[in-house]
Design a protein around this ligand. Structure first.
Ligand code: SAH
Ligand code: SF4
Length: 403
């Protein structure tokens, strides 16, 4: 007989609990509520309502297992048990912005700033190519200027040249003018990662300085520009931010679906001592819960958007040594091994406990390969591993415009 638990309406704050209410986000509260679909019923659908997503974000025990089983099945069916690498080159930690959560924000004076030379970047790209990585990702703090645009454009041409056009390239260098995005696309970058960070504009304002340099609308417009130009567009959010609620997280996923993203990179928020948000460290969900929420977000998104690329974020590994492997098992299909030259890695600390800052590129590769096979998946070498969703989206668009 099904026992109907009479539990209170879901409490939506993904905040840390207290003695009276140890699980304010709903963890520990059965998901089966009167007049509400069970997780089993919800998982028979492809599209979820906000309330259903909240149920999936908070279910426990067997129901949580069902969610992860379903997302793993969807990944296997639409993507295969596979992982593609993007060799990650964090080429500069110089940033003109002051995001309140980020360890390399401009206001952090306690940090050695660096900017790799073109030769160092090209050597890292060659490493990726020689090791048969299908793609690399260039990431940095955010700088906007004619010289930065020109430099990246030139690097893109040279990376294409050294790999005979074979290396796929993802860029993640923040908000830029449409023209810069267009020039980089024409020079060979074909994927762009720009996390929206939080789709609730009020929350966005709480985690950024209130000035025109940190404007939610501009970030959104940048994402639209990237999509219009023809990039495979990736976005994502941080999970477990101060002030964030489960409802916010559900809305984040609905935004991704609605925007029709091709790729997603989302990970747990991890505090950094040299940032203003450290003030709220005592109010956060425990890291274990932030980790679990991230896995759920990945699993739910995999079911909602079956053929997109989903990154197993490095930040997962800052919490759990096999964090990325767990994400791969339940739905992620992209890993970004760090191939930044070792001496700079310690200075690209967006958050504390960033893993692999003392490893070399070779160490990263063999360690990750072992981890991926532990997750019962295989690494695909020599392929770009483009988002299948993008291919489908483009085909639909062409069909639509020729009809
Ligand atoms: N400057 C670029 C790319 C580098 S930052 C940009 O902002 O888009 C890459 C990502 O690191 C950000 O999008 C953010 O989501 C993440 N990040 C920054 N600080 C973090 C923290 N304290 N915890 C977890 N992720 C963080
Ligand atoms: Fe700069 Fe990106 Fe960090 Fe914001 S998140 S401070 S833009 S590096």
């Amino acid at each position: 007989m099904q026992i109907h638990k009479l539990t209170p309406a879901p409490i939506r704050f993904a905040r840390r609990g207290n003695k009276e209410n140890p699980f304010p986000g709903g963890v520990g509260v059965g998901c089966w509520r009167q007049n509400q679909m069970s997780v089993k019923q919800i998982l028979t659908k492809d599209n979820f309502s906000r309330e259903e997503i909240i149920t999936l974000l908070t279910c426990i025990g067997e129901e949580r297992t069902l969610l992860f089983q379903k997302s793993a099945e969807v990944k296997e069916k639409y993507i295969g048990k596979k992982v593609w690498f993007r060799g990650l080159i964090e080429f500069s930690n110089i940033c003109s912005k002051d995001c309140l959560y980020c360890g390399i924000r401009k206001g952090n004076k306690n940090l050695r700033r660096y900017n790799l030379s073109d030769e160092e970047i090209l050597a890292a790209a060659k490493f990726a190519f020689d090791n048969n990585y299908g793609s690399l990702a260039l990431q940095s703090g955010e700088l906007e200027s004619a010289s930065v645009t020109g430099r990246i454009e030139n690097l893109l041409h040279r990376i294409k040249e050294l790999s005979g056009g074979k290396l796929g390239i993802t860029l993640s260098v923040g908000e830029q003018e449409h023209e810069a995005y267009k020039r980089w696309f024409d020079a060979g970058a074909h994927r762009y990662l720009l996390r929206i960070e939080a789709t609730n504009e009020d929350l966005y304002k709480k985690i950024h300085p209130r000035n025109s340099k940190h404007d939610f609308r501009r970030r959104l417009n940048c994402l639209k520009s990237l999509q219009n130009i023809g990039y495979q567009v990736g976005t994502g959010v941080m999970i477990g931010l101060p002030f964030q609620t489960n409802e916010d997280l559900a809305n984040d996923l609905l935004f991704m679906k609605d925007f029709d993203i091709d790729m997603c990179g989302m990970g747990p928020y991890i505090e950094h001592a040299e940032t203003p948000l450290i003030e709220y460290a005592g109010e956060l969900l425990p890291v274990g819960e932030r980790f679990d929420l991230t896995l759920r977000m990945i699993a739910i998104l995999r079911i909602m958007m079956k053929d997109i690329n989903i990154v197993a974020a490095t930040a997962l590994q800052a919490i759990d040594p096999i964090g990325r492997e767990k994400a791969v098992r339940i739905g992620a299909n992209i890993i970004m091994p760090n191939i930044t030259p070792g001496k700079y890695r310690d200075s690209y600390k967006l958050y504390e406990n960033k893993p692999c800052t003392y490893d070399s590129a070779e160490d990263c590769q063999s360690c990750l390969e072992a981890r991926v096979s532990l997750a019962d998946n295989e690494v695909v070498y020599g392929e770009w591993g483009d988002s299948k969703h993008y291919e489908r989206r483009r085909k639909d668009q062409i069909q639509f415009t020729t009809e």
